[in-house]
Unconditional design. Structure first.
Length: 100
């Protein structure tokens, strides 16, 4: 008969998923898919469909409207998070777009 251990066993659900190793010093943290990434990708097509079907807005106007909303949302996200890399990328894109 096996000898019982004095410590309690770890439940299988806890030990089945290994923890992510911490990122190395200076390495960027891994990017994870979150609800903030998924909601716009699903909501914008739905909003576009509703605007086109319910209000009779032309598809070209729907695309322009949703692009403006997405641009404002991206600008607010960059401003709130203070991401220096994103600010640099946004600046470069705006400079290239306005130079034409």
């Amino acid at each position: 008969m096996p000898k019982k251990s004095s410590s309690s066993p770890v439940p299988a659900a806890v030990s089945a998923q290994p923890a992510d190793p911490p990122p190395a010093a200076g390495a960027p943290a891994p990017i994870r898919l979150t609800l903030a990434h998924v909601i716009p990708a699903t909501a914008f097509p739905v909003i576009g469909g509703v605007l086109h079907l319910a209000s009779g807005m032309p598809v070209s106007d729907v695309f322009t409207f949703l692009a403006g909303c997405g641009g404002i949302g991206a600008a607010v996200t960059v401003a709130v998070t203070g991401g220096r890399r994103m600010v640099g990328i946004t600046h470069a894109l705006l400079t290239a777009a306005l130079a034409k």
